[in-house]
Design a protein around this ligand. Structure first.
Ligand code: RIB
Ligand code: CA
Length: 312
């Protein structure tokens, strides 16, 4: 059984990621914590509640996290529409659940403290909550099995030519988690998620299988148009679902241990993720992160599709 906490900024691809975990028989979804990113914290939190409700999991607690980066004003884009779910968020129903009374960090500390086995945390938004958790509660690290993080782009960015969105929103938080801290991390960057893009046939299979798939697919047109305009890709890129797939099935992604650095300047490289690909004999200055750069992409696409079409 995979004990998971998902930290998220839903978010169209976040919705697919949450749905992938919500009814998986091998997953004990301990909770969902929200963070500002794709849209403001009020929307990401409401979206998290409603996505879990859509999945029949109103029992999963949702705790509210950071409403902005550690030390930068909010910055976002329009990839996920004016409601964070491609303009379709108002059509998926409204949860009857309320948010957990604890803030995201307190919630995670309580869940980790109570867990009988170490927990996997899956951050699929900016890393603000995770940096706060590790900074304020270093003693809790022993209860974290690993962080499976969707973020970064070794060979380039999406929100800018150099930066991936989650890191770009809060570079300082990303640097604290990926460079300064020593909690085991599997990083799922654009380098692998962009390879796992899917098209109309895949989305039609998901959409026609059940009501949850229909609503998920209905969220995607605006997001796909953003990627068509910004990145020149005409397919659906389910970044966050690839990270959750690795959390559910460890090893589905092929990783390489790399030393990372994050550009925390305000220059053209702001939010960029650098990997030291040199192969020298000198020991690394910072800890190594397992970076997913390869996978059986057809297997990954089929795994997500088959889970979404069979669990609902
Ligand atoms: O760059 C992709 C990431 O940024 C995904 O997590 C997406 O939801 C956005 O948050
Ligand atoms: Ca996200």
């Amino acid at each position: 059984m995979r004990r998971l906490i998902i930290d998220t900024d839903p978010g169209v691809d976040d919705a697919f990621a949450i749905a992938l975990a919500a009814r998986h028989p091998d997953v004990d979804l301990l909770g969902v914590t929200t963070v500002a990113g794709n849209i403001g914290i009020e929307h990401t939190t409401r979206n998290a509640l409603n996505i879990l409700s859509l999945c029949g999991r109103e029992d999963v607690p949702v705790a509210v996290g950071a409403d902005k980066a550690l030390c930068r004003p909010p910055r976002t884009d329009d990839a996920h529409g004016n409601d964070g779910l491609g303009g379709h968020g108002y059509n998926i129903g409204t949860s009857s659940a309320s948010v957990d009374p604890r803030d995201a960090v307190t919630f995670m500390v309580d869940q980790l403290s109570a867990a009988t086995e170490p927990v996997t945390i899956v951050p699929i938004g900016p890393l603000t909550n995770i940096a706060l958790l590790l900074a304020a509660h270093p003693g809790i690290k022993s209860k974290i099995d690993r962080l499976v993080i969707m973020g970064g782009g070794i060979s380039g960015g999406n929100i800018t030519s150099t930066a991936e969105f989650n890191v770009w929103v809060d570079p300082e938080a990303a640097r604290r988690v990926l460079v300064v801290e020593d909690v085991p991390v599997t990083l799922v960057p654009l380098d692998i998620t962009m390879k796992c893009a899917v098209g109309d046939e895949w989305l039609s299979a998901v959409s026609s299988a059940n009501a949850v798939g229909r609503e998920l697919a209905a969220m995607t047109p605006h997001y796909r148009e953003f990627y068509r305009q910004e990145v020149g890709r005409d397919d659906f890129i389910m970044h966050d679902a690839i990270a959750v797939a690795e959390a559910i099935r460890p090893g589905i992604l092929k990783t390489t241990p790399l030393e990372l650095e994050i550009d925390c300047t305000d220059g053209p490289g702001s939010g960029a993720t650098f990997a030291d690909l040199r192969n020298g004999l000198k020991p690394p200055a910072h800890r190594l992160v397992d970076v997913a750069l390869d996978a059986d992409v057809d297997e990954l696409r089929a795994f997500v599709r088959d889970e979404l079409t069979s669990r609902y």
